[in-house]
Design a protein around this ligand. Structure first.
Ligand SMILES: [Zn+2]
Length: 424
């Protein structure tokens, strides 16, 4: 018994949490035609800086010890009564895609701050330190690969290599952008102090929970991701005067490639998904056969063997396509992460807590990549999913009902409290 309430009876203040989500969402706000609104806070832009400043301000207001590492990850610590114990960490990211929502990532970070405020309010001390973190460039839209900050945090990519990554939009160097926005911190990265446990609350970003009327997703793992950038060099030509038989047309190849990606998912079936989400055409004019087209291919599967088969089929197809159309095709891997399975005992705990709080739940794997999959390399890790209305995410219409946000945050709270060891 601590204070006036038992720790297992603690519940988040959904009003306070929602206000923080909405306030952070004002930065880089995008309004849609039907009242929907979301965000553009691409990694290390001025909007990202403003979002970071707001959240770091909140962290300081809560009396947390805020540390910034060399890749710009921010870790805020609430002291534990036993400073020798490894901290329990929660967190996510606050960068967004160019047309993102206000829940993706932000929810997991701001729910952590809500939990800090709640513990303070009730005078609850914990034996272990409690950390709330946000990681740099989770989305990867501006700097590939995605989850870059957490990858460097766990030692999965050398810091210098990460600092030299260039932006897809203006080709600026990541390290320079970090300095420019004031988030090249002094703390060494990778981290020297791995957490005891890491838990990430996140929206599902897909339609399964809503479709089945379930409140909590108990995430067992994250599917493998393979991003390939395909550059197709052809021959620029006049659209009216060049006979079809004499063309070496990279735009045609890009279209054929998109069709192939769909076909390959049909052929492999199961969990295989494939997307062509970016096509850059040069010079991108109505009456010119393009000289060059760059296509990004995104392949994912929970089974790494099948994912490797998809990659093999892709490369075989590109060889054939280059020969048939007389174009030159080169590929570059932008990201390649194997599927991740979360710690079984942690997954059980999430399920147990969801049940204890009276929420319906189901086990599932994540279709999207998350910082938690990187943290899983250095400590036991779990994720909690909440439903996304209509399964929408990476879309300004992304929305999660307040009741579901509340349920997810309470599951996060109780899972964390079990590990934090509230002082008695
Ligand atoms: Zn996210």
């Amino acid at each position: 018994m601590v204070g006036e309430i038992r720790p297992d009876e603690l519940r988040v203040d959904i009003g306070r949490l929602s206000r923080r989500i909405d306030e952070l969402g004002q930065i880089g706000r995008i309004d849609g035609p039907n009242g929907e609104w979301g965000n553009a806070r691409l990694a290390l832009t001025d909007e990202d800086r403003a979002g970071r400043d707001l959240v770091v301000g909140w962290m300081r207001d809560l009396g947390l010890d805020v540390r910034i590492d060399a890749i710009g990850n921010v870790v805020a610590t609430r002291a534990g009564s036993d400073p020798d114990l490894a901290p329990v960490m929660c967190g996510s990211h606050i960068d967004t895609v160019g047309t993102g929502g206000r829940f993706d990532g932000n929810l997991g970070v701001l729910a952590g701050l809500e939990i800090v405020e709640l513990l303070d309010e009730h005078g609850i001390r914990t034996r272990r330190p409690f950390q709330v973190a946000f990681f740099t460039d989770e989305e990867g839209s501006r700097f590939a690969p995605d989850m870059l900050g957490s990858l460097v945090f766990v030692g999965g990519m050398p810091l210098e290599e990460a600092l030299d990554v260039t932006a897809a939009d203006d080709h600026s160097r990541l390290g320079d952008e970090l300095v420019r926005i004031g988030y090249a911190g002094p703390v060494p990265c990778p981290t020297a102090t791995p957490p005891h446990y890491f838990v990430e609350l996140h929206i599902e970003q897909g339609p399964i929970l809503e479709d089945e009327g379930i409140t909590i997703g108990v995430v067992e793992g994250v599917q493998g991701i393979s991003w390939t950038e395909v550059s197709i060099e052809g021959r620029s030509a006049h659209a009216g005067t060049t006979p079809m038989r004499l063309r070496r047309d990279p735009a045609y190849c890009a279209g054929a490639l998109a069709t192939f990606v769909r076909d390959v998912t049909r052929r492999l079936g199961g969990d295989q998904v494939g997307t062509v989400g970016r096509i850059d055409v040069y010079p991108n004019l109505v009456n010119v056969v393009p000289s060059r087209v760059v296509v990004a291919v995104d392949l994912r599967n929970t089974d790494d063997r099948v994912l490797q088969e998809a990659e093999r089929l892709l490369h075989g197809y590109l060889d054939d396509l280059a020969a048939d159309e007389g174009v030159e095709i080169t590929t570059r891997s932008l990201a390649r992460f194997e599927p991740v399975t979360f710690d079984a005992a942690m997954v059980d705990r999430v399920e147990h807590v969801a049940r204890r709080l009276g929420h319906s739940s189901r086990r599932m794997s994540s279709g999207a990549g998350h910082d938690a999959q990187m943290l899983a390399r250095i400590c036991p890790t779990a994720m909690v999913f909440t439903p996304s209305v209509a399964g929408l995410s990476h879309n300004i219409a992304e929305f999660t009902e307040p009741d579901d946000v509340e349920a997810g945050a309470n599951v996060l709270l109780q899972v964390l409290l079990e590990q934090l060891e509230p002082a008695t």
